[in-house]
Design a protein around this ligand. Structure first.
Ligand SMILES: Cc1ncc(COP(=O)(O)O)c(C=O)c1O
Length: 368
C-alpha cells in the first residue's frame, strides 16, 4: 500500500469545476489584483475566524511582517516566540526590525510553554508571538494574562491552525493581531501564494491595507513607504470556494487524528501528541515522537509511507541565527523534540485502511 505524506491533487481535481469558471471570469475581465473576490474573501474569512477585519496579502510571511510593522516594532525591540516553528515567524520579526527571543515548548503539545515567558522578559520586550503549531492553539489564557500585565502585544501565528479553537474562541481572534498562511499545503491553501492578517482593530487593519499596497490608501498618494504585498484575484476566488469546504476537511482531519490516537495507544515507545484542555485542534500535522526517528522514517518509506520532519533543526541553532548566540542546551525540550519528532500522513482523503497500515508499519519499524 502507498500512503503519501500529503495528497494535494485529489481536492484540486474535485474542485476544478467550481474554481475554473471563476478564473475564466477573472481572465476575461483582466482584473487580476485585488477586486471583488479579494474583498469578499476577506469578509468571509474574518467571519470564519470571528474577527472584525481580515486583510488578504500575498503570503503568510508578509502577513506577519505587516502585523509587526503596523504595531510599530522598532530596531532593538524584542519579541518572544518559539524555536520550533517555520523560520517565517522569526524572519518577519527580524525584517520588521525586531529581535526574536526564544522560549521553550511543552513536550506534549509542542507549543510555547507559558511558564517560560517571564524569565525571557527584558525592558526591550514588546510582544509575544505564540505559534499555533501543527493545528493546535497555544495555551492562550496564561500568554494573554502575562501580556496584559506587562503591557505587551500578542500576535498569533495561526498559519497552521485555520479554524482551530481555544475555549470556544477561534485561532486568529485572540491576539491584538494574527497572521495566517494560505500556502498550498495548509488546511486552507491557495493555488499559489497568499496569506492574511486578522484583527478587531480598525486602525491596525487600515495600516496593513496601506502596507500591502505601497503605503497608499488612494492611488499615488503615499502616506508612507509600504510593500508590494497584495493578494491576487485568482487566489482569492479559489480560497472562497475552498473556505466553504474547510469545516468538512478539518472534521476529516479530526477523525483521522482520533483513529491514529486510538491505534497508536497500543504501540509502546510511540509518544502521541496531546490535546490540551480547552483546545479543538485542526490537525494540520500529526506529529509523534519516537527513538531512532531517522531509522523509523526510513523503514516507513520502504513500506510506501511518506513522513515529514517539522522541524529537524530548532531556529536558535540555525546558521541564520548564529549571531543571536543560541547554544545547544538553551532550549532542552525543543532540542529533544527536534531529534524525536516524526510527522505522519494526515490529509482529508486519508482512509482508515491507510491509517491502520501506517500504524502497523510503525509498530513493525519500532520492533525491528
Ligand atoms: C508557522 C508558520 N508561520 C508562517 C508561515 C509562512 O507562511 P508563507 O509560506 O505563506 O509565507 C508558515 C508556512 O509556510 C508557517 O507554517
Amino acid at each position: 500500500m502507498q500512503v503519501p505524506f500529503l495528497d494535494l491533487k485529489t481536492p484540486h481535481n474535485e474542485l476544478a469545476d467550481e474554481i475554473l469558471p471563476l478564473w475564466e471570469e477573472i481572465l476575461r475581465h483582466a482584473a487580476f489584483v485585488g477586486g471583488p473576490h479579494v474583498a469578499a474573501f476577506e469578509e468571509e474569512f474574518a467571519a470564519a475566524c470571528g474577527t472584525s477585519h481580515c486583510v488578504a496579502v500575498n503570503s503568510g510571511t508578509d502577513a506577519l511582517r505587516f502585523a509587526f510593522l503596523a504595531l510599530g516594532l522598532r530596531p532593538g525591540d524584542e519579541v518572544i516566540t518559539v524555536a520550533n516553528t517555520f523560520i517565517a515567524t522569526t524572519e518577519a520579526i527580524t525584517q520588521a526590525g525586531g529581535r526574536p527571543v526564544f522560549v521553550d515548548i511543552d513536550p506534549r503539545t509542542y507549543n510555547m510553554d507559558p511558564a517560560k515567558i517571564e524569565a525571557a522578559l527584558t525592558p526591550r520586550t514588546k510582544g509575544i508571538v505564540p505559534v499555533h503549531l501543527y493545528g493546535q492553539t497555544a495555551e492562550m489564557d496564561p500568554i494573554l494574562e502575562i501580556a496584559g500585565r506587562k503591557g505587551l502585544w500578542v500576535v498569533e501565528d495561526a498559519a497552521q491552525a485555520q479554524l482551530a479553537e481555544y475555549k470556544g474562541r477561534r485561532a486568529g481572534s485572540m491576539g491584538v493581531m494574527a497572521a495566517t498562511s494560505f500556502y498550498p499545503g495548509k488546511n486552507l491553501g491557495a493555488c499559489g501564494e497568499a496569506g492574511a492578517v486578522m484583527t478587531n482593530d480598525a486602525a491596525l487593519a487600515a495600516t496593513v491595507r496601506k502596507l500591502r499596497d505601497h503605503g497608499q490608501a488612494r492611488k499615488y498618494y503615499h502616506e508612507m513607504e509600504g510593500y508590494n504585498g497584495r493578494c491576487d484575484a485568482l487566489q482569492a476566488a479559489a480560497l472562497r470556494i475552498k473556505l466553504r469546504r474547510l469545516p468538512e476537511w478539518n472534521a476529516a482531519r479530526r477523525a483521522a487524528a482520533a483513529r491514529y490516537l486510538e491505534r497508536l495507544s497500543g504501540i509502546p515507545d510511540v509518544v502521541a501528541p496531546k490535546v490540551a484542555d480547552g483546545c479543538l485542534p485542526v490537525w494540520h500535522l500529526f506529529v509523534i515522537q519516537v527513538d531512532n526517528r531517522d531509522t523509523v522514517a526510513e523503514a516507513l518509506r520502504d513500506r510506501g509511507v511518506g513522513t515529514g520532519l517539522h522541524y529537524p533543526v530548532p531556529l536558535h541553532l540555525q546558521e541564520a541565527y548564529r549571531h543571536l548566540g543560541g547554544v545547544e542546551g538553551a532550549l532542552p525540550v525543543t532540542e529533544a523534540c527536534a531529534r524525536r519528532l516524526l510527522s505522519l500522513p494526515i490529509f482529508p482523503g486519508l482512509t482508515d485502511a491507510q491509517i491502520d497500515y501506517v500504524c502497523e508499519s510503525l509498530a513493525a519499524a519500532i520492533e525491528k
